[in-house]
Design a protein around this ligand. Structure first.
Ligand code: HEM
Length: 407
């Protein structure tokens, strides 16, 4: 028999009023079990800061791989294509996770990422050169989408001009397929993505470049215990992770500033505040609403609930980031907020590998926008903003904006 959900998490309304809903959950049921998106699978949703942090930190009790928590006969056997897409570090525990993360972590250290600053700045300038004389644009489609996608394409060594294809593939990867038709469409798109990557691998094997993909192919050739499917999945993860997340954080940050004109004025007057401001945008309305689900590997107590081995858990980062027990005045955007231990990049073993890159891209994107187009405004009222149907993410469909041209 279907069990009713106490909290409706999968509607447009839930996205629009997300923080009110999370506040209610955190106050009344900080660790709460109800059916997930399929209406059947029971999932523990966690909304209080301390418990979200506990789940992310404790990778002995909370694991990513079902096989580390369930008896073999209950573990879902993926199709070869699904296996190919999911064989990446974010889906691995312990030694396998460390091995895969080590292969690419050098490319994402804060020092390596800072070296990209002039190039990221040049991309931001060029993007605004293209639109400045129009007086209007869709901030997402014409600006925030291009910046991180060009950067990751260049880092990986994939042709920048193919990024519209990646947009389709990454949208598909982050939108749940709830019926047979959308599942078939999704599989078709993923097959095309895999074929594209296969082709690219061949080209890079023949003509290696000074890029991350060539380095990974070399590691594979050197027999660094790195399988073909792990290579596919690694590329898949890096492309997808670099697409929706920073793109939407930049857009959400601008909306937050327009909702708080005093903070916008302050930031324009003191651009040096942008570093603390970026942390506050991450806390206030992050693009990644939830961490990925964890399986309970051994019986555990979370808050005042007992979770038996084999349970499924989803930590809601956005809820933890507004927990009044941790943040003073959490519903207020404060670009000068000093202590800001938000969980927007996760915590523990799976802490976001791309965090230094995401921070730098957001800082440059916003500074450049406010400097070049200081009177930029939204062209629609807040009530017309539409959120994409993507449970784990907070991404707007579009963000129409306008600015005055010099006369
Ligand atoms: C605002 C931008 C971003 C946000 C908010 C974000 C957030 C996150 C979060 C919350 C996790 C952990 C998920 C979990 O534990 O379930 C994660 C993991 C990860 N992120 Fe990001 N991310 C962003 C940008 C990026 C970028 C630009 C890249 C790289 C190109 C990236 C690469 C990764 C990778 C590889 C992992 C998996 C790490 C592991 O399993 O060890 N992310 N990210």
């Amino acid at each position: 028999m279907a069990v009713e959900r106490k909290y409706e998490l999968y509607t447009h309304e839930a996205k629009t009023n997300a923080y009110e809903l999370f506040a209610k959950m955190r106050q009344d049921d900080p660790v709460h079990c109800q059916p997930g998106i399929d209406g059947e699978t029971m999932i523990w949703f966690v909304t209080s800061y301390d418990e979200v942090e506990q789940v992310l930190r404790d990778d002995k009790h909370f694991v990513r791989e079902a096989r580390n928590a369930l008896p073999p006969e209950q573990v879902y056997q993926p199709s070869p294509l699904e296996a190919m897409m999911s064989d990446h570090m974010l889906n691995k525990d312990w030694d396998d996770h460390r091995r895969l993360r080590t292969l690419v972590s050098q490319a994402f250290t804060p020092r390596r990422v800072q070296a990209l600053r002039p190039r990221i700045q040049a991309i931001a300038n060029a993007l605004l050169d293209d639109v400045a004389s129009q007086g209007q644009m869709d901030l997402i489609a014409d600006y925030s989408f291009h910046l991180p996608t060009i950067v990751i394409a260049e880092m990986l060594g994939i042709p920048v001009e193919d990024r519209d294809k990646f947009k389709v593939w990454s949208n598909a990867a982050l939108t749940p397929s709830l019926d047979d038709e959308s599942l078939a469409e999704f599989m078709q798109l993923m097959q095309a993505f895999m074929a594209y990557l296969n082709n690219l691998f061949e080209q890079r094997r023949e003509t290696p470049g000074d890029d991350l993909l060539s380095a990974l192919l070399q590691a594979e050739a050197d027999g660094d215990s790195f399988s073909q499917s792990e290579l596919f999945a690694m590329l898949f993860l890096l492309i997808i992770a670099g697409h929706e997340t920073t793109v939407s954080l930049i857009a959400n940050a601008m909306v937050a500033l327009w909702q708080h004109p005093d903070q916008l004025d302050l930031l324009k007057k003191e651009p040096g505040l942008m570093k603390t401001a970026v942390e506050e945008f991450l806390r206030y309305d992050n693009s990644v609403e939830r961490a990925f689900n964890r399986w309970v590997a051994e019986d555990v107590t979370l808050g005042d609930q007992f979770l038996p081995k084999g349970s499924l858990v989803i930590p809601i980062l956005a809820a933890a980031n507004h927990d009044p027990e941790k943040f003073s005045d959490p519903e207020k955007l404060d670009v000068t907020r000093e202590a800001n231990p938000h969980l927007s990049f996760g915590k523990g073993a799976h802490y976001c590998l791309g965090a230094p890159l995401a921070r730098l891209e957001t800082e440059i994107a916003l500074n450049t926008l406010l400097e070049r187009l200081p009177n930029i405004q939204m062209s629609i009222p807040f009530s017309e903003l539409r959120w994409r149907f993507s449970p784990g993410f907070r991404t707007l469909e579009a963000l129409p904006v306008q600015w005055k041209l010099p006369v």
